[in-house]
Design a protein around this ligand. Structure first.
Ligand code: P6P
Length: 335
């Protein structure tokens, strides 16, 4: 079978569905190229003097790793000049980054977590870049943080790049999910899976079990039933995985099914959850739904949440539809 490159895939998707205007195609190709540059830095590890902390903090109050800062700079510099973007937002930046006046402004807004899972960088475990694309609505001049505060269902595209044994770009523009593996010899992204589908049922759950005593009752009920196995109410045994890198856990779920939970817990009761809505939960929810899965915060569809702040957090349950439906039903019954 002839190899299909990312560019060919986007051109053929545009021809078939007409939903990838040239500015969006340019945006996706620029982000994909930036991910290749990030992969090169990530893969250097100790040989590239890119490990360890940058001795700075981000808005989340988290100590930034050197690679967090490098990845953020790569994405900013790659996307500034193309004329496809009005502004960018990142986990690593307090406020939005407006495209400088020396460049033309485009109609899209790009949000990203430049290197998610950075606690895994120094121990050589898979990490990734997560991105979300919104349209700048309204024809007012200028762009502000308010322009970004759109629900996940408004996304024009979303994806991630996982830096693991393979470097894989996973993308949706609203017509299913496709996976592209980086061919390091030619430097091109090659389509390796199209029309990804998550099985509706699974025997694999992903959650940080050390937080068990802090969970709300519905989560506790759901996990206890999984742990009870075939002698319990589920009448089947479950397996558990927790990479502590959302990109790696979600990639496994897109590849073979599963359910991922990072729910609210009472450690910081005023926070709805740990993960960020705009550039972690929304793009992952878009991918999961496009692959036939489900993504809720326990009460509602993640992509229906109306954001009120750029860096707001959210409780996340996503993956195999029947499992997410079950744990969401437990929350609704407890309400
Ligand atoms: P914990 C990584 O820091 C991250 O944001 C996600 O990628 C991951 O799923 C989660 O946090 C891990 O959190 O509390 O298990 O370290």
């Amino acid at each position: 079978m002839s190899r299909v490159s990312l560019t060919r895939y986007l051109v053929e998707q545009q021809r078939e569905h007409g939903h990838i205007p040239s500015q969006l195609r340019l945006l996706i190709e620029v982000v994909a190229r930036a991910c290749k540059h990030i992969a090169i830095s990530v893969n250097k590890g100790a040989l590239g003097e890119v490990l360890g902390s940058a001795d700075t903090e981000n808005i989340q109050g988290e100590v930034q790793k050197k690679l967090d800062v490098i990845s953020n700079e790569v994405l900013i510099e790659a996307n500034e000049w193309g004329g496809h973007l009005a502004a960018m937002a990142s986990e690593e930046m307090d406020s939005i980054h407006v495209v400088p006046h020396r460049y033309p402004q485009g109609e899209y807004l790009l949000l990203f977590d430049p290197l998610d899972g950075s606690s895994n960088i120094d121990v050589n475990v898979s990490i990734g870049t997560i991105f979300s694309v919104l349209r700048k609505v309204g024809h007012h001049r200028g762009v502000s943080e308010e322009d970004f505060l759109q629900p996940g269902r408004a996304q024009a595209a979303a994806g991630y790049c996982v830096y693991g044994p393979q470097t894989t770009l996973v993308l949706t523009v609203g017509e299913g999910v496709a996976m592209f593996t980086l061919d390091r010899e030619t430097g091109s992204w090659v389509l390796t899976q199209d029309r990804v589908q998550i099985p509706a049922d699974t025997k694999e759950f992903a959650i940080n079990m050390s937080n068990l005593r802090h969970w709300a009752a519905p989560v506790r009920q759901y996990i206890d039933e999984c742990l009870a196995g075939k002698d319990g109410p589920r009448s089947k045994d479950f397996n558990m995985r927790w990479v502590a890198s959302m990109v790696a856990d979600v990639h496994r779920i897109l590849t073979r099914g599963g359910v991922f939970l990072y729910p609210w817990d009472q450690r910081e009761p005023t926070k709805p959850g740990k993960l960020r809505l705009m550039y972690e939960a929304n793009p992952m929810a878009f991918l999961v739904e496009q692959a036939g899965g489900m993504a809720t915060n326990g009460e509602q569809r993640i992509m229906d949440i109306m954001p009120t702040a750029l860096h707001e957090r959210v409780s996340v349950m996503l993956g195999s539809k029947n499992e997410v439906q079950r744990v969401t039903d437990y929350h609704r019954q407890a309400a």
